[in-house]
Design a protein around this ligand. Structure first.
Ligand SMILES: Nc1ncnc2c1ncn2[C@@H]1O[C@H](COP(=O)(O)OP(=O)(O)OP(=O)(O)O)[C@@H](O)[C@H]1O
Ligand SMILES: C=C(C)CCOP(=O)(O)O
Length: 244
């Protein structure tokens, strides 16, 4: 099987993060148009104005769990609605996009270690489909259910599928320094820790600092870039900030 690219479409890119359950239709359509005709990639999308507020409402995070089934349904249903929009936009550009539902697939052990069986996704890719998955709520031993971020899925998929590269398409043109300039390359957390913050809006999974940490732990080269640079990333992997 050809090696794949794992691409995350940030929740703050594809939604209006401060308006409840609002998709940025224009942005999403333009990203889908750029992806048209490309092959061998997995899409992961974040929550933006969809999942986070329900997770916050029920006090659920990556570490705080819930045994309230109604809370799980509410968070998951919100993410399914957003996934429907993403699938619709990709489908409109004839990208062979199909859903992969993390709640039904992934789980955590007691210590929080992620279990993510990949046979289904490998088959999906081998058959020419583009799997589209997303940050979600998943079950965890002794905690009920906790949140999994899209970034966590990106890392697990990149490792498990032996991906060629990872792209995180965010609202920012890359990881920025204290003057607002894009840092071209990050090789260690210490170099950039002082510049990294969380997210500006309701975000239970951590913003830029968590992203950089997770990507540094990965053996696959990753890039953080803005929506305008998706084409450049797909062409030769050079866009925004490279983290390796
Ligand atoms: N040094 C930095 N460089 C760039 N962005 C930063 C930095 N520090 C903090 N941020 C914040 O991180 C945000 C990106 O993280 P965020 O989690 O919001 O993105 P996302 O992946 O697009 O969304 P989601 O988590 O909903 O999928 C930026 O919009 C910015 O507010
Ligand atoms: C809040 C939920 C349900 C998922 C969070 O995923 P992220 O937006 O990728 O951090």
């Amino acid at each position: 099987m050809p090696r794949v690219i794992v691409l995350k479409l940030g929740g703050s890119v594809i939604t209006e993060k401060d308006r409840e359950e609002t998709v940025d239709e224009e942005r999403l359509a333009s990203l889908a148009e750029t992806l048209a005709g490309h092959e061998d990639f997995v899409v992961v999308h974040g929550a933006g104005s969809f999942g986070h507020r329900y997770a916050a409402k029920h006090g659920v995070s990556r570490t705080e769990g819930t045994h309230d089934a109604a809370a799980v349904r509410e968070i998951h249903a919100s993410m399914e609605r957003l996934n429907g929009h993403v699938l619709g936009a990709l489908g409109a550009e004839d990208v062979p996009a199909v859903p992969v539902d993390p709640f039904s697939l992934a789980y955590r052990s007691r210590d929080g270690t992620l279990g993510l069986p990949l046979d289904g996704i490998e088959t999906t890719l081998a058959e020419g489909f583009v799997p589209v998955t997303y940050g979600d709520v998943i079950t965890q031993r002794e905690k009920g259910a906790t949140i999994i971020s899209g970034d966590e899925l990106v890392v697990a998929l990149a490792e498990g599928l032996d991906a060629d590269g990872v792209g995180l398409c965010s609202t920012v043109p890359g990881v920025l320094d204290d003057t607002g300039a894009v840092i071209p390359r990050i090789g260690s957390y210490d170099e950039v820790e002082a510049y990294l913050g969380g997210s500006e809006s309701t975000d239970v999974t951590g913003g830029m600092a968590a992203k950089v940490r997770a990507l540094l732990n990965l053996d696959v080269p990753a890039s953080v870039f803005g929506p305008d640079a998706l084409e450049a990333f797909l062409a030769d992997g050079s866009a925004g900030t490279r983290i390796d």
